[in-house]
Design a protein around this ligand. Structure first.
Ligand code: SF4
Ligand code: F3S
Length: 104
């Protein structure tokens, strides 16, 4: 599976949603997650994300985020269409420690 990581928080560009062939993205207030059982590992979303928030589960970064993706993809609603990014998305792109500051 692929995993959405911290860089998505408060950026939420949703370019990833547009390309996913199985619609396995789920939307929270400040970030998206991937449902690990639905992702078919095609990898097409990875290069679409401006802040490079999407990584394969073989990436060292993925481990810390897989549990969060698993949990919230069962709770948050499915998102299948790209939508406008938050107004401050570009400002938040690359900001450190976004989980502690903004995750809700
Ligand atoms: Fe969707 Fe493919 Fe990305 Fe998995 S790797 S979330 S199936 S686009
Ligand atoms: Fe988030 Fe990147 Fe998708 S910022 S919404 S994972 S395009």
């Amino acid at each position: 599976t692929y995993v959405v990581t911290e860089a998505c928080i408060k950026c939420k560009y949703t370019d990833c949603v547009e390309v996913c062939p199985v619609d396995c993205f789920y939307e929270g207030d400040n970030m998206l997650v991937i449902h690990p059982d639905e992702c078919i590992d095609c990898g097409v979303c990875e290069p679409e994300c401006p802040p490079e928030a999407i990584v394969p589960d073989t990436d060292p970064q993925a481990e810390a985020w897989l549990e969060l993706n698993t949990k919230y993809s069962e709770i948050w609603p499915n998102i299948t269409r790209k939508k406008e990014a938050p107004a401050d998305a570009d400002e938040r792109n690359g900001e450190p420690d976004k989980y502690n500051k903004y995750f809700t």
